[in-house]
Design a protein around this ligand. Sequence first.
Ligand SMILES: [Zn+2]
Length: 117
Amino acid sequence: MVDEEDLRDLIPSYAYISLARRGMEKISLDQCFLKDCDNQDPKLLQPFKKEEYEEEKKEIKKIHIKCKKCHGIFILKLETLKYVAKSTKNEEEEPLSMGLVYALDENGNSLGHIGYF
Ligand SMILES: [Zn+2]
């Protein structure tokens, strides 16, 4: 039995999409990524399962989420690089963007790269 609130804590609130020369756009991850569904209500999204594993240089978390609007299931795949290059010039500097988020359907087929977190 997994705690739904704990799973929710694993999901970043936002992802950032690079818009080439126009900077970054921030999008909420509290939405259903399935085709033809426009659910953006976190109350209608129920995380119910997680998988965690490591690949070379990456930590991967998959959060399975049930959408109560379209009754579909999708997976948010969060990839975190284990070693992030830090600038040596300035210790205060934030590490580079190090997380990637993808959406997958119930069968693990990619629905696309969502952005960075
Ligand atoms: Zn949905």
